[in-house]
Design a protein around this ligand. Structure first.
Ligand SMILES: *Cc1c(COP(=O)(O)O)cnc(C)c1O
Length: 343
């Protein structure tokens, strides 16, 4: 085995391999990705939320990424990356570490393109997401207390096996694929003033910056849980240092280590980056279920909560992606019980 499967020096505290192209993707790359993605995935609906529009005095539209196969936006990136994978890796297979939806994305695309997939998940991963990965034919490896522990395990498996490690953020093809959602928004709602986007590793927000941010006058606002603020600190303090605090119950935004490629693009592209409390996230999830029967993950509740807390969006046209619907059933029940009076 040659040096191709040994890690190279990484610009952040994660591991990258020689095949990881760290050239920032452009809006043109997103347009190219769209030709690929649109062959495999439907466009998603952009639907006005009557409840959020009344509550915020703005015109709030939900980009229903939860209607995609796998129930989350990330599959756009997995499709774009695996559709154009080197033949060498098509045979050997790919590996990814994930708290859930990134793994589901790679597993779905792996099945579509006939590529063997291994996913490393934390020991206490969302059981429904793990089951869904296995149903798609992925090999699931459980390791460690959190995403970063599972990630380190998968990185060493990549060295041993020569499979391609699919990083969850430092991947231009994932970013370009994910960005295709933003092109759909630009076409349907070019008058958008603001888009609130949840941030975990930052791929979704980068995708919207390269599209809605670059092609319209809209501000893209990133949102994270105050209980897991690694990317927020990286953005505001110009550091890529891992954060000590990582306590959010929303696994889609439970990041401890900021990623270099996404952060570079977010520093240029975001209009602002905000934090919301775990309580506000729970309230947002409960409201959308109670008022509109939309099931969303806590990760997505971050962006809904930020829109609800904004005091300057009256009269604006606002978009919030429903980034994923794969919330653990017991977690949803607990949130609904705790926020029974949410409206
Ligand atoms: C991954 C994820 C996010 C965060 O996206 P990043 O691209 O990692 O910032 C938000 N919501 C859901 C449902 C997710 O799965």
């Amino acid at each position: 085995m040659d040096g191709r499967y040994e890690p190279v020096e990484s610009p952040d505290d994660t591991t990258v391999f020689p095949y990881h192209d760290l050239e920032p993707p452009t809006t043109a790359d997103v347009a190219r990705a769209r030709k690929v993605v649109s062959r495999y995935l439907p466009e998603t609906p952009l639907v006005r939320s009557e409840h959020l529009s009344v509550a915020t005095e703005a015109d709030v539209y939900l980009k229903r990424e939860d209607t995609l196969p796998t129930g989350a936006f990330k599959v756009r990136g997995g499709v774009n990356l695996l559709a154009t994978l080197d033949a060498e890796f098509r045979d050997r297979g790919v590996l990814a570490a994930s708290s859930g939806n990134h793994g589901l994305s790679v597993a779905w695309a792996g099945r579509e393109f006939g590529v063997p997939v291994t996913i490393g998940v934390p020991e206490d991963a969302n059981a429904g997401k793990v089951r869904a990965m296995e149903q798609l034919g992925a090999d699931v490896v459980r390791h460690g207390p959190d995403y970063d522990a599972a990630r380190e395990r998968v990185e060493s498996l990549a060295v041993e096996s020569g499979k391609r490690y699919v990083h969850s953020g430092n991947e231009p093809k994932l970013l370009a694929g994910v960005g295709t959602a933003g092109l759909e928004v630009v076409e349907e709602l070019p008058e958008v003033d603001r888009l609130y986007c949840p941030v975990g590793g930052g791929t979704a927000a980068v995708g919207y910056c390269l599209t809605v941010g670059a092609l319209t006058d809209a501000d893209i606002v990133g949102v994270q849980s105050a209980a897991a603020p690694a990317m927020h600190r990286a953005y505001h303090e110009d550091t890529l240092a891992p954060h000590d605090r990582m306590e959010t119950s929303a696994e889609g935004v439970a990041t401890r280590v900021p990623f270099a490629l996404t952060m570079e693009l977010l520093r240029d592209g975001l209009g602002d980056f905000e934090l919301v409390s775990e309580d506000a996230i729970g309230d947002a999830v409960a409201r959308l279920f109670t008022e509109e029967r939309i099931v969303m993950e806590g990760a997505c509740g971050t962006a809904v909560a930020a829109a609800l807390e904004a005091d300057d969006i009256a009269g604006e046209t606002v978009v919030v992606p429903v980034s994923g619907r794969n919330i653990d059933r017991a977690k949803l029940d607990a949130i609904l019980a705790e926020h029974a009076d949410a409206t």
